[in-house]
Design a protein around this ligand. Structure first.
Ligand code: NAD
Length: 738
């Protein structure tokens, strides 16, 4: 029998080696066809008397990425369509679909012949669940091997036995931690947890797996043996009584009840461990069916998996432009940002020339990379050799002539038009005419800066966020004259450094900072109204934001907020900034010297470690404080999300961002917009435009013009449209296909 996605070779000892290697895919994933073929392989190996056992491995560098998430998305779309006609039938179909993979893995587990999974590389989600259903698991001793059940990160959970097998192999606390965080495990960690049996040298991985079978591996899972006991003790035991109340509290603290999938994991484990294994699988299947129907799962799958992947693959790249393979990149300005840009570029294996005004400053910029490399080696995330290689790619210099031959130059000099003009002219004097010049400016329009360039078609904005090594989003800013080649080159670069690009048209603050400023400014308003600061920060986190708006102001610096406000007044006039907010920030900076985290004093006090930061008590004396009982806490949460979402609508209305995927993914990656909503626009879509306009009107009446619903939204409300309908990112494709 031949298969499209697998080969089966049975050796003289009767061990069938099943190798998963999907044609035309860089990574193996579970599709319907893969599952059908695997099902047939189980039947065939059971029926073949010569076969004594099965070793399952991958023919690619990685083992597998898990389920094909677009398959899940299709399943959900079919469900939504059929539900309208016959909800009971549609739910039953979803339940059956959700259980297919789980049933298949259980079939392997109970087939009567031993199966061993030989894990040679990244093994995610469904692929790890398949491995857990095998009777033996061996992982290669390699940095490439990472094992995880990361489903919770996209609003679902491991629904093919993961919630039942993991806590039957390891103690419940570790199981919960792994399942609710989606953390990756190294072979060493997985073995210590009891999730795999052996670690073998990569070259002898399959041999080691075969040896397990030859050694008499029993084809029975521990939980199918009589007298099986949970490794960490029963649920109703002293250990269980200690663990569960705390686990529920921790989940609440971490998620504020915003992530139904995380809560479902706890339910699956708790309820599943009280019953026999097969009943546990059923419980898991029921919760999985329920979670698949939540708006959080739909929104997170779309934004954090499908859209993110599409953007990472260059969805916005102009068609027909040849791909740039970067041989050399120049970074001008080796300060805070430039040093970080040089690091991420060298980390991607691209040689960088890092220019500053003198050699000392350039060297200092390179030292930043030395620090990051040393830390990575110390934590075991990198090796000394890899670190050396990375550092050897960064050439500090004070001579613009060293930019000769660069395909792309990114300037990160002072935020000053004059200094930037000089940097552009000096660089262009030595650059080849096809080279692209990019500015990392955060406030100066790209169209204005492009006037300094002799080749404005090749001039573009590449806007990083700090800290550069950790922030995954990059805004690519188009000036009026920016050409397709520059855009393609910028996207190629952002992809090369493994970050996510969004394409933004030129405007003050671009996309991200416009939204962030709204978030912070709403918090200032709340302070001025007399809302106690802890309530503001807690409301933000309860609404799903990772960092409160006052903490965020401290991180970016209070005096920077002051500078931005003053510049806005200079550029747009007095009315552009609320005088009460200006006064608050002036008081913080000028009267109290509170600049933010950088001087240890901002909205928070920052004592020496290990003490933790705490809100500055002096905030209470700035404005008469309202009593907590007089404050509508839910409304505080709503204000903070709605004010950002409305700014995202304005950005779409003005044509600054044109693709809802970019607005959504950008809002989550840049400032952590409540990820369970799927992003700022998905948040509105899930509420519905009409309902959202009503909310905005109510808030506008109480709090002011920042809540005025833009015309675009009012129009969408009248037509009953969503953003993904109105700005359908796939419309062009279907037209092209038609
Ligand atoms: P910085 O002051 O830390 O670094 C600027 C560097 O440029 C300094 O090392 C300086 O010596 C060097 N420099 C100045 N003139 C030069 C010249 N003519 N030739 C070569 N080098 C020169 O500033 P930063 O925070 O890294 O900001 C740099 C740019 O990045 C600014 O445009 C800023 O708006 C933008 N930006 C900053 C952030 C942030 O969070 N700091 C975020 C996004 C974008």
């Amino acid at each position: 029998m031949t298969y499209t996605n697998f080969t089966v070779d049975t050796d003289a000892d009767g061990i069938a080696l099943v190798t998963w290697d999907m044609p035309e895919k860089s990574m193996n994933v579970f599709t319907e066809e893969v599952m059908r073929e695997l099902d047939a392989i189980v039947d065939a190996t059971v029926a073949d008397e010569k076969v004594k056992g099965v070793v399952f491995t991958s023919g690619k560098d990685s083992f597998s990425g898990g389920a094909d998430i677009t398959m899940l998305q299709k399943m959900l779309k079919a469900f939504a369509r059929d539900k309208a006609k016959d909800p009971e039938k549609a739910t039953k179909a979803l339940f059956d679909n959700a259980g297919y993979m789980s049933g298949l893995f259980r079939k392997i587990e109970t087939c009567g012949k031993p199966w061993v999974s030989a894990i040679n590389g990244t093994c995610m989600g469904g692929a790890f669940e398949l491995s857990l259903a095998c009777h033996g698991r061996v992982a290669a001793d390699s940095d490439r091997v990472k094992m995880a059940l990361p489903e919770v990160k996209i609003g679902i959970f491991p629904g093919a036995g993961g919630t039942q097998r993991v806590p039957r192999l390891t103690d419940q606390q570790q199981a919960l931690q792994m399942l609710t965080s989606g953390q990756s495990l190294t072979p060493k960690k997985a073995k210590a947890m009891g999730l795999i049996h052996e670690i073998a040298a990569p070259a002898s991985l399959v041999e080691a797996a075969k040896a397990m079978i030859k050694g008499g591996l029993k084809p029975v899972a521990p939980w199918d043996e009589k007298g099986f006991r949970l490794p960490g003790g029963q649920i109703y035991s002293a250990a269980g009584a200690n663990l569960w109340p705390a686990a529920i509290a921790i989940l609440r603290r971490e998620t504020y009840g915003n992530y139904p999938a995380a809560a479902a994991i706890l339910k699956c484990v708790y309820e599943g461990l009280l019953v026999p294994f097969d009943t546990g699988l059923r419980i898991e299947q029921r919760y999985f069916t329920e979670i698949m129907q939540t708006k959080e799962a739909a929104a997170m799958i779309r934004s954090l998996f499908v859209s993110l992947q599409e953007l990472n693959k260059g969805a916005r790249r102009p068609v027909g432009e040849p791909e740039t393979k970067f041989k050399k990149i120049g970074v001008i300005g080796a300060g805070f940002m430039g040093a970080g840009i040089a690091y991420v570029t060298a980390k991607a294996g691209i040689p960088v020339v890092l220019i500053d005004r003198d050699m000392e400053a350039a060297e200092k910029g390179k030292a930043h990379s030395q620090g990051l490399v040393a830390a990575a080696v110390k934590k075991g995330r990198s090796t000394a050799e890899a670190g050396e290689r990375l550092l050897s790619l960064i050439t500090p210099s004070a001579d613009y002539a060293d930019l000769d031959g660069a395909d792309l130059v990114i300037e990160a000099v002072f935020e000053d038009s004059g200094v930037k003009k000089l940097a552009t002219e000096n660089a262009e004097a030595v650059l080849k005419s096809s080279a692209v010049f990019a500015s990392n400016t955060s406030t100066i329009p790209i169209t204005a800066l492009a006037k300094n360039s002799a080749r404005p078609k090749n001039f573009i904005g590449i806007h990083f966020f700090s800290p550069v090594d950790r922030m995954m989003l990059v805004e690519i800013i188009l000036g009026k004259k920016t050409g397709d080649k520059a855009l393609a080159t910028a996207i190629d670069y952002v992809r090369a450094i493994k970050k996510t690009p969004i394409v933004v048209n030129d405007t003050r603050g671009f996309y991200v900072n416009r939204c962030v400023l709204r978030y912070m400014s709403e918090a200032y308003k709340m302070l001025i109204e007399g809302v106690p600061a802890p309530m503001i920060e807690n409301a933000a986190r309860a609404a799903g934001m990772p960092v409160g708006p006052l903490a965020l102001t401290d991180e970016t610096a209070v005096d920077l907020a002051q500078k931005i406000m003053k510049q806005t007044i200079r550029d747009l006039g007095e009315k552009a900034v609320d005088p009460a907010q200006m006064q608050l920030i002036d008081t913080m900076v000028d009267t109290h010297g509170r600049f933010g985290r950088k001087n240890g004093k901002g909205f928070y006090d920052y004592p020496a470690k290990p003490a933790k930061k705490s809100l500055w008590p002096g905030l209470r004396d700035l404005y008469p404080q309202k009593a907590a009982d007089d404050i509508d806490y839910e409304e505080l949460k709503q204000r903070l999300l709605v004010v950002i979402a409305l700014e995202a609508v304005r950005v779409m209305e003005e044509g600054i961002v044109t693709d809802p995927r970019e607005a959504d993914v950008g809002s989550i990656l840049a400032f952590g917009f409540a990820p369970f909503t799927g992003g700022a626009l998905s948040y509105i879509d899930s509420i519905g435009a009409a309902e959202f306009v009503a909310i905005a009107k109510r808030l506008q009446k109480k709090y002011g013009a920042e809540f005025k619903a833009p015309k675009l939204l009012v129009d969408m409300a009248a037509k009953g449209e969503t953003f993904y309908q109105r700005f359908d990112p796939y419309a062009g494709q279907s037209k092209k296909a038609a």
